[in-house]
Design a protein around this ligand. Structure first.
Ligand code: AR6
Length: 534
């Protein structure tokens, strides 16, 4: 343990934190009732995964993604007084194979197979991107070269994605493994807005509990001042991704696993009784989760609708991660809104872009070459754990017992991923979860995450995102709690008492309150009396 005041990191040396490299990644690539694989195994080193089964298998039901190429994907065509049903995939193919040389023609093609939205959808961002952001040469390059490749990729859907994709529904633990090529094909379809039944989101619509996947909502945004130029930068990330995946030189032979995990009600920790002690902490004000959390469980500060505002105005932690690693976007196709004790874990994604800035100042900074090692199945040693914190209008509410418990359960749902696997000790890379857009308190949230990491027997790498004061205060609190041998249960009890004091006593910060309660030996905390609920 280092106490050097001048360093931009504190706690345990980062190199001592356990990582996943070289270990069998979880879950293993074995098909089961809980794991759907859409490619043939074994893949073999450096081979491109082949779609499995060989022939397209059509399914159109409530448990699977409704595919644009399904024969059930029909729409009504009116001819004067008569109307008939047309196969939508035929229209998609016909419209997309015609020359498309401008954003207006692309709009026309998209509308041709989404005629219901002719007067509703607008394509402001798409048009202004080519008119104002790119120069003539870049625009020509897009329409002459890249777009035909994106279209070609999208139209391979029935040969590339042959098995029905199950929906990752609430309360069901399930994993889906896709090849990078299959993911690229699904994203090409999302870009071209071909997914059926995914365009309305009122409370009664079929997919109202799922995130957006078609890009029409994104294309509709308006850049009306320099403060939202970052929207162009978001589109540049997507284009960078498509350039790479459609390039003749790139080898796209990896696989990615998308998993939904729910904490079984029998496994919900009884926090007040927990005798776990805090694990090791490495804390730094430098670096980011994605750059410096290699080989760890990297936390996505998520929305319950995974991806949050990535296809809208958002450009904070979750959205930026999805933009630089667009394979994450496919989770939006099949992940139902997360419940309080659920997490979504994504293993193996590649990073395609570099960036600078944050929120309105976000900028695409060029191609990123991802050198993260891969396992024997070409799955990258990158694991992302999506957990959604609660949004707090009134900061006091986050200290309510039920909210403390909720955030502990939520983070534990993510941190306890793969507990029986060889990756069970891999450290967590996190930071100010729930403390930006969701307005939580960094001192509280860091503590709650340290507690659930301890409960899951994992060390923590914490990135304060430039805040050296916060680094110092979290490190001091962690050192103090460890030196006093304080348990997770004892911290839980102090936090409950803190909320009661917030109502009555003059304001003290949560850290000061904890120091005081422990130094002055608050008997209730140490004897665990009078606290009945978990
Ligand atoms: N690495 C480490 N820390 C970071 C990084 C990074 N790459 N980026 C940001 N931070 P926020 P939330 C720090 O607001 O409050 C999205 O729309 C930085 O200090 O993204 O949980 C989601 O979809 C920042 O203030 O997370 C949700 O709807 C803090 O992390 C919503 O925002 C919080 O980042 C979640 O909001």
């Amino acid at each position: 343990i280092s106490n050097d005041e001048t360093k931009n990191w504190k706690g345990i040396d980062k190199s001592l934190l356990p990582r996943s490299f070289g270990k069998p990644l979880f879950p293993s690539l074995i098909p089961s009732l809980e794991h759907t694989l859409l490619f043939k195994i074994p893949i073999g080193i450096n081979n491109i995964p082949e779609a499995y089964p060989k022939e397209y298998c059509d399914t159109w039901d409530d448990n699977h993604v409704k595919m644009p190429c399904s024969r059930h994907n029909l729409f009504l065509v009116h001819h004067n007084i008569k109307s008939s049903k047309k196969n939508r995939w035929d229209v998609i193919t016909y419209s997309l194979l015609k020359p498309i040389l401008s954003s207006e023609e692309l709009e026309k093609a998209i509308i041709s197979y989404n005629p219901k939205y002719k007067d509703k959808w607008r394509f402001y961002l798409l048009h202004s991107f080519f008119d104002e952001c790119l120069n003539e040469e870049e625009t020509e390059e897009f329409f002459n070269n890249l777009l035909p490749k994106i279209i070609n990729l999208a139209l391979q859907l029935p040969t590339l994605v042959t098995k029905p994709i199950p929906l990752l529904k609430q309360t069901h633990n399930h994993s889906i493994s896709l090849s990078q090529m299959q993911i690229a094909c699904l994203l090409a379809n999302a870009f071209l807005c071909t997914f059926p039944h995914r365009n309305v989101s009122n409370s009664k619509s079929e997919y109202s509990e799922y995130p957006y996947i078609n890009f029409n909502g994104f294309f509709q945004l308006m850049v009306n001042s320099s403060s939202n130029h970052y929207l162009y930068e978001k589109l540049k990330c997507i284009i960078c991704y498509f350039k790479k995946v459609t390039s003749a030189n790139s080898v796209l032979n990896g696989v990615v696993t998308y998993s939904r995990r729910r904490l079984p009600s029998g496994d919900l920790p009884y926090w007040l009784q927990s005798t776990k002690k805090l694990t090791n902490l490495y804390i730094t004000s430098d670096g980011t989760i994605e750059d410096n959390g290699d080989g760890m469980l990297q936390v996505d500060f998520a929305n319950k609708f995974i991806g949050g505002g990535v296809l809208g105005h958002g450009s904070v932690q979750e959205e930026i991660r999805f933009l630089i690693c667009p394979e994450l976007l496919v989770s939006q196709l099949f992940s139902e809104k997360m419940l309080h004790t659920e997490a979504i874990i994504i293993t193996g994604v590649e990073r395609f872009s570099d960036y600078s800035g944050y929120a309105n100042s976000f900028e695409w900074k060029g191609v990123h070459t991802d050198v993260t090692p891969v396992d024997d199945n070409n799955r990258r040693y990158t694991t992302i754990v999506a957990i959604d914190a609660l949004y707090y209008n009134d900061p006091k509410n986050q200290f309510k017992t039920k909210n403390l418990r909720r955030e502990l359960h939520k983070s534990f749902a993510g941190f306890s991923w793969g507990q029986d696997s060889e990756c069970s000790d891999v450290a967590i890379a996190t930071g100010n979860w729930g403390c930006g857009a969701f307005r939580g308190d960094c001192h509280l949230k860091s503590l709650l995450q340290l507690m659930s990491a301890a409960q899951a027997n994992r060390d923590v790498a914490y990135f304060t995102f430039g805040d050296t004061k916060l680094m110092d205060s979290i490190h001091s609190m962690h050192t103090f709690l460890k030196s006093k041998n304080i348990t997770v249960g004892e911290v839980s009890r102090i936090l409950i008492k803190y909320y009661a004091c917030l109502e009555t006593l003059p304001y003290v910060g949560v850290h000061d309150y904890i120091y005081d309660a422990i130094t002055n030996k608050d008997w209730q905390v140490f004897e665990n009396k009078g606290y009945q609920s978990g």
